[in-house]
Design a protein. Structure first.
Length: 304
């Protein structure tokens, strides 16, 4: 059977960080029983699909995102894969039949405008979400302050819009995953027993020009980062475990101590990530990120 993997391209995806994140799980994680695994900012779900396939002791999984279009995608992939594949095949055939860039651009704009009506049934909404993700510039998902998708046309001639094997594999893995939409703090009520939270929030920008927090119309600024830290404190007090990814602001020319000071009471490790989703090609490549955790022993200790 094909391995489940992210069904969309997503900024900040964790695909190439999986081995490092796995190594920084609690040392005895595989000995935990009846584990609850929670991702309050699910995004593309690379860590989710890895955890559910690698760790059979996870008996309950909960994902959440503030982006309703995204969480609808997860629900449709989980519950109606065949219907989605039929709709994606149809739109793929129509797009591939267009014989010029101008016609493809016109079709793209029609689909983008329809998507932005916000009046679609879940199958159609998810079909257009997939289509736009495969045909827009660099596979970005970005919205304006009104919450409307505004990424331009990507000029791809014959992109793969429908990948049935991935959709069916993902659907199988998602069968017992609860999907929530809204503020991440609502996920706390789902924690019980041996629970691990993995946070992958919108990253704090490394400079004034590098910000990409536009997954939703709500800004994720420094106040939001501090609010998230207080939520981590709540998790710690309740006896649950968490790991949290973010940008490494300290290893910059300014040596910004924002996260060093914010998470002073926790352990901060550093991992290396490749970043390919950036409008500026010069800013793609290797970047160091932080991984914050509230437990001491990990599977493999990384140099801090």
């Amino acid at each position: 059977m094909m391995k489940a993997k992210p069904f969309i391209k997503w900024v900040g995806g964790k695909g190439q960080l999986i081995e490092q994140l796995e190594a920084l799980l609690p040392a005895d994680f595989d000995e935990w029983e009846n584990v609850t695994y929670i991702e309050p900012f699910v995004g593309g779900g690379a860590m989710l699909f890895h955890m559910l396939q690698k760790h059979p002791n996870i008996k309950t999984a909960v994902i959440n995102d503030i982006n309703e279009d995204l969480t609808t995608c997860y629900q449709v992939v989980r519950d109606k894969p065949a219907e989605l594949i039929g709709a994606l095949t149809e739109i793929q055939e129509e797009y591939h039949s267009l014989c010029s860039e101008d016609l493809r651009r016109q079709f793209f704009m029609l689909m983008r405008n329809e998507f932005n009506t916000k009046a679609l049934d879940p199958i159609r909404n998810t079909t257009l979400f997939f289509f736009l993700n495969r045909t827009c510039f660099n596979g970005l998902y970005r919205v304006n302050k009104s919450g409307l998708f505004n990424v331009p046309f990507g000029k791809y001639e014959t992109p793969t819009i429908c990948d049935p094997d991935t959709i069916y594999a993902d659907s199988a893995v998602l069968q017992n995953v609860a999907v929530m939409t809204g503020d991440y703090q609502q996920t706390f009520e789902k924690a019980h027993g041996k629970t691990l939270f993995y946070f992958d929030p919108p990253y704090r920008p490394l400079s004034n020009t590098s910000s990409f927090n536009d997954y939703s119309k709500e800004a994720f600024n420094d106040m939001a980062q501090k609010r998230l830290k207080l939520f981590c404190d709540r998790i710690e007090k309740a006896g649950y475990s968490f790991m949290l990814s973010n940008s490494d602001c300290f290893n910059t020319p300014l040596q910004d101590r924002f996260f060093e000071d914010l998470y002073l009471d926790y352990t901060i490790d550093r991992v290396w990530a490749s970043r390919s989703v950036n409008a500026n090609p010069k800013k793609r490549g290797k970047l160091q990120e932080i991984l914050v955790r509230n437990y001491t022993e990990t599977k493999i200790h990384f140099n801090r």
